[in-house]
Design a protein around this ligand. Sequence first.
Ligand code: TMP
Length: 212
Amino acid sequence: MLIAIEGIDGSGKTTVAKLLVSRLRGMGLDARYTYEPFETPFSKALQQLLGRVSPVVEALAMAADRALHVENVIIPWLREGAIVVTDRYVYSSIAYQGARGADIEWVIELNKFAPKPDLGLYLDVDVDTALSRLQGKSGGRWSTFERREVLLRAREIYLELVRRGELIYVDARRSVDEVVNEVVRYVIEKLRGFREFSSSPSASHRPAGGTA
Ligand code: TMP
């Protein structure tokens, strides 16, 4: 099972993704945390170029970074039967490179190599809350993306992805505990669906290896 946790900078998604993994592990499940950008040479090169390259170059570098992440981590872990929780995924490219001016449908097309997550959760906070949470932390490697106008547009795109049914909305202005509880509920619901499916007579007749 692949779970993507999304949100603008300052939404608390890293904290929530890590707590989700420890809650699932506490239930005896093999849950594993991973993240994007995946710190491959592609995203490291982009860091050097940031602010001087177009959003098309950003999207290409992020897609190459993601392709390595998918091939070297996500797919092997899924094959081992793990619940993979990725802190950012394709939707970050759609929201951020879209916000920077790349054609959204092109970004979607470019990322079609990446397996669709079983669950995509969008942690929503307004930009003022996000920026106040980022105070003191920003100015980092990706500060080009942490500007108000980028975050405002990225949030709009995320909300559009929620309307399209690609992501599930989670109100992340609440306490971390409340947010994590809701996220855990969505995951458990999904896992129940998986178990019912795999124990149904039609599912047991599916050919071996017939994964998602
Ligand atoms: P992080 O703060 O979650 O580590 O992410 C680093 C920055 O990279 C964040 O500002 C969002 C941005 N980003 C993109 O612009 N496109 C992408 O595809 C990804 C994965 C991240």
